[in-house]
Ligand binder design. Structure first.
Ligand code: NAD
Length: 507
């Protein structure tokens, strides 16, 4: 295997991974990945691949499927477990490259890799479960059961904000279930995606079981979706992207799982521990510079504690240290790219025009070293109305909206009042309210006295409404999207037995 990924020198040219080898794209074209903390730093050059490269990857995955499917699941799982240990060994290296590629602060980048380690161990355990079911037959001398079978080639399309964790949520359960994979990572984070695949390869995956192609959604993603040999697409991205892909997969009758945008909220009731809520809201709003699908972009506060909360929250936001995520003292890193910076700032302007009160922040930071990168001030809007665009649309940056409400019931209504349904949180000391919130929140994930971020891999992950199309990643649900059910009847009576007929004859 080529060792091109061991040292990252910045100007290095990387290749696609197809059929167990790093190979050049036939286009010869490349794109650069930049460090968002300093756009002068090029992390590397990556193939701008096309439909032919994608076809080669699907060829390899398709060819490898038969052998991988017939490899016993516990044996497949051993390879995944080995990958977990290799990830542990290279955790710091991956985390540091992640900071260089997409900007999150180093402790969060370590957490991102840790999530993949957790998922690898969990998926490896699944190799000795992959549970099917048995159930009694209505006829004598007949056995009824259902078993899980792999789908075939899975197309994995991922975003840049969790560049190791999200691919691991998809690829590892898909592999343990016996599928092969063609992986198209986001163009902002190709290096760590390649390192993840390199680790899977080192762990012992046979050639063709995992393949990686870099390039755009239209030139690589779409051909992957169109290829009839790809049986399932698993995509995480914006709702616009998800809708487009799901629409096409619908026409092709192809299985599609979408994990999409969010407009998550923390509700702070008058009986809450305000300091705890401020801690949670700060982490939820500005962790990963607000670029998490579960980021807290709305804080819905009971009017009795609104001022107290707002004063404390703004004071804490002002104290956040902004800079290069590799500096361990930094709280908030850059956003991923110049275009993301501009899109976030546009929302700040929209918020001002809508009449929301800018309590803190609102600026693109250009002073000193920060001017070389994509830094946006943590931004807090106050007196936000639930119908304003900044309270409805996903901003995906360090911008949060404080929304005053008069009651618990109004808080629930406002929390539910967007098209998204990923993560909602309630801060209260009243156990009745806590359980009512659990019942009433329209979201795939609920937190009580904790912020909207912080999912663990052993529970299902995903959302309702425009956030997804009904699937869940992680937990025991992870393998659902990557397996088909096969129902099996074994008749050992030696005679033709007709269900619903013979056993009712003579009634
Ligand atoms: P994006 O939608 O721009 O891109 C996601 C991936 O889809 C990329 O690999 C991209 O190249 C690919 N893509 C885009 N158009 C395509 C097309 N027409 N055909 C095939 N592939 C295509 O999203 P992003 O900016 O990378 O990520 C941010 C978004 O992801 C946010 O909306 C965020 O909420 C969402 N997200 C959701 C979850 C979740 O689990 N619900 C988790 C993380 C991020």
């Amino acid at each position: 295997m080529t060792k091109t990924l061991e040292k990252t020198t910045g100007q290095q040219v990387y290749h696609n991974f197809i059929d167990g080898k790093w190979i050049k794209s036939e286009t010869g074209r490349t794109f650069a990945s930049f460090n968002p903390a300093n756009l002068d730093e090029v992390v590397g050059h990556f193939p701008l691949s096309n439909a032919n490269d994608t076809k080669l990857a699907v060829d390899a995955a398709h060819k490898a499927f038969h052998g991988w499917k017939h490899t016993p699941a516990p044996e497949r799982a051993e390879i995944i477990l080995k990958a977990a240990y290799l990830l542990e060994t290279r955790k710091e290296e991956l985390a540091r490259n992640m900071v260089r590629e997409m900007g999150k602060v180093i402790k969060e980048a370590r957490g991102d890799v840790q999530e993949a380690i957790d998922m690898a161990k969990y998926a490896a355990g699944e190799g000795r479960r992959l549970l099917g079911m048995t159930t009694p037959s209505e006829l004598r001398n007949k056995f009824a059961m259902a078993v899980r079978v792999p789908i075939g080639v899975i197309g994995v399309i991922t975003p840049w904000n969790f560049p190791v964790a999200i691919p691991s949520w998809k690829i590892l359960p898909a592999l343990v279930a016996g599928n092969t994979v063609v992986f198209k990572p986001a163009s902002d984070t190709p290096l760590v995606a390649m390192q993840f695949v390199e680790i899977l390869n080192e762990a012992g995956l046979p050639p063709g079981v995992v393949n990686l192609i870099t390039g755009s959604g239209s030139e690589v993603g779409m051909p992957l979706i169109e290829d009839p040999r790809v049986g399932c697409i698993s995509v995480t991205g914006s709702s616009v992207t998800g809708r487009r892909i799901a629409g096409r997969c619908g026409e092709l009758m192809k299985r599609i799982s979408c994990e999409l945008g969010g407009k998550n909220a923390i509700c702070v009731m008058e009986d809450a521990d305000i300091d705890l809520a401020v801690d949670g809201a700060l982490w939820g709003s500005f962790g990963t510079a607000g670029q998490r699908c579960t980021a807290t972009s709305r804080i819905i506060i009971h009017e009795k504690v609104y001022k107290q909360f707002a004063d404390k929250f703004v004071a804490r936001a002002k104290a956040l240290k902004i800079g290069d995520g590799l500096d361990p003292k930094v709280d908030v890193g850059p956003v991923v790219s110049k275009s993301q910076l501009e899109s976030i700032h546009e929302y700040v302007e929209i918020g001002k025009k809508e009449g929301a009160k800018l309590l803190f922040g609102g600026r693109i930071l250009t002073e000193g070293e920060l001017g070389k990168g994509c830094f946006h001030e943590p931004t807090v809007f106050g007196d936000v109305k639930p119908t304003m665009r900044i309270a409805q649309e996903e901003i995906f940056g360090p911008v949060t909206a404080l929304i005053p409400v008069k009651s618990f019931e109004e808080a629930i209504e406002v929390a539910n009042g967007t098209e998204y349904g990923l993560s909602l949180s309630m801060y209260t000391h009243d156990v009745n309210r806590a359980f009512k919130a659990i019942e009433e929140f329209e979201s795939g994930i609920v937190y009580i006295n904790a912020p909207t971020i912080g999912a663990e891999i052993q529970l299902p992950f995903g959302g309702v409404k425009q956030t997804g199309n009904g699937h869940r990643e992680a937990g025991t649900t992870a393998i659902e999207q990557f397996t088909e059910w096969k129902s099996v009847y074994v008749d050992y009576s030696g005679a033709l037995q007709r269900a619903q007929i013979d056993n009712y004859e003579g009634e």
